[in-house]
Design a protein around this ligand. Structure first.
Ligand code: COA
Length: 374
């Protein structure tokens, strides 16, 4: 860690080096391995981004073809994992299903030697939608679905399993863009968790399982679900504006706003907002996009707080017919690529991560025998 003392929550502290991502850096903005997020989102696909993060370079056309079919071939679930997913109660939060699914896969397909790490990384990208949606469909439709679709994208595979039919190109491409935007974000809480676990020389599945646990909370990935719950409390922009003003007066946090690193805007928001507007028009929505915009305006006017990646992704997902409780697991399906890149980077130049702490407890106390304690 740098010498600078933490102002709480390690804000402003540099906790290591990375060649994977810049977040809000002067003159660079958000980049993955030197590529600007706008180029990746405008012209790339999630599979190209996954390849870039895992293998360190953009794939050639032939490599991308090969990579798509490799991922397609890694979607299957072992019978033991299916059986386990069937026993996880229907009311479980799907992030807990992801966590358990990942951990159990680590039992069935242990990483073994670290030389196997790229295989584990690709397997997890391919298999997370299968884990989530096998469990979801089993408990909502009572069906044991075939998770091995012919879709050549993770986004298409996800939506196909969810809705039991191949998605429209509009929905597939919106989810693809969302997966690109969520893929990587430097030393955020879940990625740092993965690096801390990795630094003990633990295995890949343990690091990803821990990262899922960190992502689950509403101050991190869980914010997209919390944002949706907030939006759905209002039916028109006026009540949304006054409702959110009231929440701010009561010092409540509005999920989907603010950021530890960005100070004036989140570069991912423009994409999410545009996609939300487009899908709102396509679905004939009459209030949700307007309510979202009204909340965004109040947050800026009252607090100079801007929508982060989680706010407009909520309505975007909603317009695709995705249930709210699957929002944060989608984040997992994407961010697993960033986590994996960081696990591999940490291993390549590892040192145990073990910071110090300023002690604030009592001074040295005298031992009192058990019978003499008050
Ligand atoms: N709603 C209302 N107020 C907010 C806010 C929000 N979403 N985000 C920050 N603030 C306010 C805080 O109340 C605090 O005000 P104060 O100084 O008057 O006490 C100030 O802004 C600083 O916030 P703080 O929580 O200390 O900043 P942080 O850097 O520790 O936290 C986040 C960053 C992202 C955790 C924080 O902005 C937040 O909780 N946002 C909502 C959750 C979210 O969307 N998370 C996803 C992030 S991508």
């Amino acid at each position: 860690m740098s010498e600078k003392k933490s102002g709480g929550g390690l804000a402003g502290v540099t906790a290591g080096e990375t060649a994977i991502c810049t977040v809000g850096k002067e003159g660079a903005g958000l980049t993955y391995r030197g590529y600007d997020i706008t180029d990746l989102a405008d012209q790339g696909s999630f599979e190209e981004v996954a390849y870039l993060l895992h293998y360190g370079k953009l794939p050639t056309a032939a490599e991308l073809d090969g990579y798509r079919s490799r991922l397609r071939g890694l979607r299957g679930l072992p019978e033991e994992l299916k059986a386990l997913l069937e026993t996880i109660p229907a009311g479980t939060h799907p992030m807990d299903v992801m966590r358990t699914g990942c951990s159990y896969l680590g039992n069935l397909e242990p990483e073994g030697d670290f030389s196997n790490q790229l295989n584990v990384a690709d397997r997890l990208v391919a298999v997370f939608p299968s884990i989530l949606l096998y469990w979801h469909r089993f408990h909502t439709d009572g069906k044991r679905i075939d998770v091995e679709t012919a879709d050549d994208s993770v986004a298409g595979h996800f939506l196909h399993l969810l809705h039991d039919r191949p998605p429209s190109e509009s929905h597939r491409s919106a989810l693809d863009t969302s997966l690109i935007l969520y893929a990587e974000h430097e030393f955020n809480a879940s990625t740092f968790t993965a690096r801390v676990i990795t630094a003990t020389l633990s295995d890949f599945h343990s690091a990803i399982t821990g990262a899922i646990g960190a992502l689950r909370g509403p101050l991190h990935g869980g914010a997209n679900e919390a944002a949706m719950e907030l939006i759905e409390k209002f039916s028109d922009p006026e009540s949304a504006a006054s409702g959110v003003r009231g929440m701010l007066e009561r010092k409540e946090k509005i999920m989907g706003f603010g950021h530890r690193v960005y100070t004036t805007s989140d570069p991912r928001n423009a994409y999410n907002k545009r996609m939300s507007k487009k899908l709102s028009e396509e679905t004939g929505d009459t209030w949700m996009y307007a309510v979202s915009e009204a909340i965004e305006k109040v947050m800026w006017d009252e607090k100079r707080l801007f929508a982060n990646a989680d706010f407009f992704s909520a309505s975007t997902y909603h317009f695709m017919g995705i249930p709210t409780y699957l929002f944060t697991p989608i984040f997992v399906c994407s961010r697993v690529t960033g986590w994996s890149a960081h696990i591999m980077e940490q291993r390549a130049n590892n040192r145990l991560i073990r910071p110090g702490a300023d002690y604030t407890g009592p001074s040295l106390q005298e031992w009192v025998a058990l019978g003499e304690r008050a």
